[in-house]
Write a protein that binds this ligand. Structure first.
Ligand code: HEM
Ligand SMILES: Cc1cc2nc3c(=O)[nH]c(=O)nc-3n(C[C@H](O)[C@H](O)[C@H](O)COP(=O)(O)O)c2cc1C
Length: 465
């Protein structure tokens, strides 16, 4: 048992201990490696980081720390001897865990378009969470391109047809879907809503929408599955259409861990397909997050420690872990969680492990890769640039779809083709379907609706009035 007063002494980059769920970890060597930035950990040095941690990570992510990091359990009667996170008073710590109500959140009925939820989310969320949800890579070029490109194409409306009955349902990988769109996978929903993925899963099932769960969820696969099954039972007793859950996979670096993850998802039983994200060999450089982290470091008096070469030398001379500042300049490779070495060859063992249930590649951005996907025996491709969060000058899904129609038309019809990014209106969805998409993914609008109004917001965002 470790005493809080002892833990509190390890409160700098030279020796940084944190408490997560009553366990004490020495994260000194991990601080410069942390993909979410070093500041967020240094702020928690010698403190209880459980609440902040739970917003971003599921309980098992902590197992990615280097061996030997776990030091023992904390004596819970000494928790009050721990440090207060740097840059925050004790009151602020408590407030930071609650949703901010400073802004004016419009009444939910004033959200008439999917894009209206954005302002509501901004008014609701703490700034850090707002930035996490809304930010994009570098100058935001591909993020903006996603939205703008849908307005570049218009319809050629044919008239004098009987449209009294209109059917918008589709099939997603063999499963009927009453809607031609699904909820895109988004990680760390605990930073958006206290119940994060649980609340989103409830909304998904209640609307009869299909939805993807992220590997980076702040809740465990088992918690999500349990919610899905409970909600599904309730929904089916009212005669509603069935939702399907799909799993978004980030392949970990370690092969054994990858195998275990796939086996665990398969064993969970409720995920009918595996969507392998292939556009994230490193985390994109999300500018707004970086500004926010830099400001946070300044507020907490950690800025010099973070960036100064002199500080780096001093730490090294005292035997501490040298901060790897250079990594922070571009994208951040997340240690353990995400393999930068995945290639087309890996699809063979992923297929063997996953069995004959469908596999979709998420993040195809050229006709050439669409053709390769077809050759590699997957069932679907998702044309996506990760909502503009990864590569700065990436094509929008619409542009990739047009490229495929021109240079690899054989892919359409042989593979299911999904698109996502910037879809904010039913008309955008219809354009994608007219151009050959099977269905489309929607990300931020549902996340914003969740932030401002919880599951009711998502339900309204899906069905409107
Ligand atoms: C101690 C063990 C920890 C490990 C192994 C770890 C690992 C990671 C990894 C792999 C990522 C990048 C991928 C992802 O978004 O899931 C990440 C991002 C992040 N982590 Fe951690 N983390 C740890 C602790 C913490 C703690 C204590 C906090 C908060 C106090 C935190 C906050 C964040 C944030 C804010 C991000 C950025 C999310 C984003 O912008 O995508 N992490 N962490
Ligand atoms: C906050 C946030 C988190 C995301 N997390 C993931 C993730 O964990 N895995 C993934 O494959 N894609 C992730 N994405 C990308 C989405 O799945 C999707 O490709 C993108 O959001 C679609 O664009 P849209 O937000 O404009 O609708 C995330 C997107 C956002 C906004």
């Amino acid at each position: 048992m470790l005493d809080g007063a002892e833990v509190a002494k390890h409160s700098s980059r030279r020796s940084c201990w944190i408490v997560i769920n009553d366990k004490v970890y020495d994260v000194t060597s991990f601080v410069p490696e942390h993909p979410g930035g070093s500041t967020i950990l240094l702020k928690q040095a010698g403190a209880d980081a459980s609440t902040e941690y739970a917003k971003y990570h599921s309980p098992e992510v902590v197992n990615d720390l280097p061996p030997g990091s776990y030091l023992g359990d904390i004596d819970t009667s000494t928790l009050d001897r721990l440090n207060t996170p740097k840059g925050l008073s004790r009151d602020e710590v408590q407030n930071a865990t609650a949703q901010s109500d400073e802004g004016q959140v419009p009444h939910v009925t004033l959200c008439v378009r999917a894009s209206d939820f954005e302002a509501a989310a901004k008014a609701t969320l703490p700034n850090k969470s707002w930035i996490y949800a809304s930010s994009s890579a570098n100058s935001g070029q591909s993020f903006q391109g996603n939205i703008d490109d849908w307005s570049r194409v218009t319809f050629r409306p044919r008239v004098l047809r009987n449209v009294e009955e209109v059917e918008v349902g589709t099939r997603i990988l063999g499963n009927a879907s009453r809607l031609p769109f699904y909820c895109s996978p988004m990680g760390s929903m605990g930073s958006i809503h206290p119940d994060g993925e649980i609340e989103m899963t409830r909304a998904i099932v209640q609307t009869g929408m299909h939805g993807l769960m992220s590997t980076s969820s702040s809740k465990t696969t088992e918690q999500i599955m349990e919610t899905y099954l409970t909600e599904q039972e309730r929904r089916s007793s009212t005669g509603g259409t069935a939702s399907k859950l799909m799993f978004q996979l980030y392949l970990p670096t370690d092969h054994q861990r990858s195998l275990e993850l796939i086996r665990r998802v398969k064993k969970a039983g409720c995920f009918h397909s595996l969507w392998l994200t292939i556009d994230t060999p490193v985390l994109g450089k999300r500018t707004a997050d970086r500004y926010q982290q830099a400001q946070e470091a300044l507020n907490a008096g950690l800025a010099e420690e973070d960036i100064s070469p002199a500080a780096e030398q001093e730490v090294a001379s005292q035997g501490g872990a040298p901060p790897k500042v250079s990594k922070d300049i571009g994208g951040r490779p997340p240690p353990g969680q995400l393999s930068a070495r995945t290639t087309w060859e890996d699809l063979a063992w992923i297929r063997r492990e996953w069995g004959d249930r469908p596999i979709v590649l998420k993040g195809i951005q050229t006709a050439d890769d669409a053709r390769l996907a077809l050759q590699h025996g997957v069932q679907g491709i998702l044309l996506s640039n990760h909502g503009g969060r990864q590569m700065h000058a990436a094509p929008s899904a619409l542009m990739t779809l047009l490229e495929i129609r021109t240079y690899a038309p054989e892919v359409l019809g042989k593979l299911e083709v999904y698109v996502d990014g910037g879809l904010r209106d039913g008309a955008d969805v219809l354009k994608a379907l007219c151009l050959g998409a099977t269905a489309v993914g929607v990300g931020r609008p549902f996340l914003y609706a969740l932030a401002a109004y919880g599951r009711r917001g998502v339900e309204r965002c899906v069905d409107g009035e």
